[in-house]
Design a protein around this ligand. Structure first.
Ligand SMILES: Cc1cc2nc3c(=O)[nH]c(=O)nc-3n(C[C@H](O)[C@H](O)[C@H](O)COP(=O)(O)OP(=O)(O)OC[C@H]3O[C@@H](n4cnc5c(N)ncnc54)[C@H](O)[C@@H]3O)c2cc1C
Length: 374
């Protein structure tokens, strides 16, 4: 009997657990460790902030889902991994100490490096957990005039909620008759092409921003914040009444000091999703070192590849599944002009589609995920 440990209860960890349970049956022991028993459907947090979803719509009880799959769940903090001893150290949870494994799937996501932006914790809103989305909702409801600023810090890898929030606010203010009183600005630490990884996608979003009178300011790297102002690396001060900022991302600290990460802390993997240079360890999702935005659909596809290869390895078959990187996303909240972008790993421009359907499709996918996994 093999002991398989999955670290992380997000998109990557949950899909890896489901696939492994399906493929390995009862013969082997599968355990998932995560710091919270709640699964959060992050793409719905923009809707939570704008009041079109409630907390119960965006999360579910992971323990129950995993129990149904006969996967053990341990609620705890993963502190350290020892690939030589094949064990992990866990703390602050229902169990503390060391857990041995035969095979490991690392799916702990990214770390928010808020310490890199002075004043971030006190003065910025963000959308990276349910509580923060709710406190952003209160601030949105209190905004009737002035300037709203949305953006990513240098090193953040999450453009979708930035643009969705800017469009959602423009629509909300228009409905309330306050649009003329609020200036909306999106700031980018680079350019739109670099943020989205594609010129065609960038042009489509710029056109929508212009159509909704949303100002776009490229190449502004925010370094510090005060109550109503953001200071950039180039010395510019941007005043705001409301700020939503995605902080810099880094790899998970549980993977540090193992010699398996790049300079930003993301884990190096090969196309079979195996950690480079280490046997029996796979990594999937935001924690891995792929270019472009960090996306849930990437985590899901990588988890399927890792699970297929890990099951093959355990059963003595040749692991044949391979991951090919691509990016797909929908920017909804633009109404009839919602955008779908698909960019594969070739040099071909991205496929971009417009229409209300894409926004509906995104919500339908959210519902499908909830029904299938909760
Ligand atoms: C507001 C928002 C909107 C988004 N919109 C989209 C979208 O439209 N489309 C899209 O494809 N993607 C979107 N994303 C990105 C997507 O949510 C992420 O790419 C995805 O969640 C990554 O999955 P993951 O499993 O790698 O990591 P995560 O989902 O971050 O899961 C990591 C898990 O590990 C746990 N964990 C972390 N560290 C530890 C530790 N030390 N010990 C124990 N547990 C730990 C966490 O609690 C979490 O359960 C959005 C994200 C946000 C925040």
């Amino acid at each position: 009997m093999a002991k398989v440990l999955i670290l992380g209860g997000g998109f990557g960890g949950v899909v890896a657990a489901e696939r492994l349970a399906e493929q390995l049956g009862d013969t082997h022991q599968i355990t998932l460790v995560s710091r919270s028993r709640q699964f959060t459907f992050y793409p719905a947090l923009v809707r939570l902030a704008f009041g079109t979803a409630e907390p119960a719509d965006v999360s579910f009880d992971l323990r129950r889902t995993l129990q149904n799959l006969r996967v053990n769940f341990i609620e705890a903090e993963v502190a350290h991994i020892d690939p030589f001893e094949r064990s992990i150290s866990i703390a602050h949870g229902q169990v503390e100490g060391k857990l041995p494994y035969d095979y490991l799937v690392f799916a702990l996501g990214r770390r928010l490096a808020t310490e890199r932006i002075l004043g971030f914790y006190e003065h910025a809103h963000h959308l990276l957990n349910v509580d923060k989305a709710i406190s952003f909702r209160k601030a949105i409801n209190n905004l009737h005039e002035g300037r709203a600023v949305f953006g990513q810090c240098f090193g953040a890898r999450l453009p979708v909620p930035v643009y969705e929030s800017a469009f959602a606010l423009a629509r909300r203010l228009k409905e309330k008759g306050d649009r003329e009183r609020v200036k909306i600005t999106v700031v980018s630490p680079t350019t739109l092409d670099l943020e989205l990884g594609d010129v065609t996608a960038a042009a489509a979003i710029k056109k929508s921003l212009d159509a909704h009178q949303i100002e776009f300011r490229p190449n502004l790297r925010i370094e510090s914040l005060t109550h109503h102002a953001a200071m950039t690396e180039s010395g510019e001060t941007i005043n705001f009444n409301l700020l939503m900022l995605v902080p810099p991302f880094r790899g998970s600290s549980a993977a540090s000091y193992l010699g398996i990460t790049d300079e930003e802390g993301y884990i190096r993997v090969d196309s079979s999703m195996r950690v480079t240079g280490h046997e029996r360890i796979y990594a999937v999702g935001d924690c891995t070192n792929f270019d472009g935005p960090k996306m849930g659909h990437v985590a899901v596809r990588q988890a399927k590849v890792a699970a297929a290869n890990l099951a093959a390895e355990i059963e003595g078959r040749t692991p044949l599944s391979r991951y090919q990187h691509e990016t797909r996303f929908v920017i909804s909240e633009i109404g009839s002009d919602s955008l779908y972008v698909h960019k594969d790993s070739s040099t071909e421009p991205a496929i971009v589609r417009h229409g209300r359907f894409w926004g509906w499709g995104k919500q339908a996918h959210e519902k499908y995920w909830e029904v299938m996994h909760s």
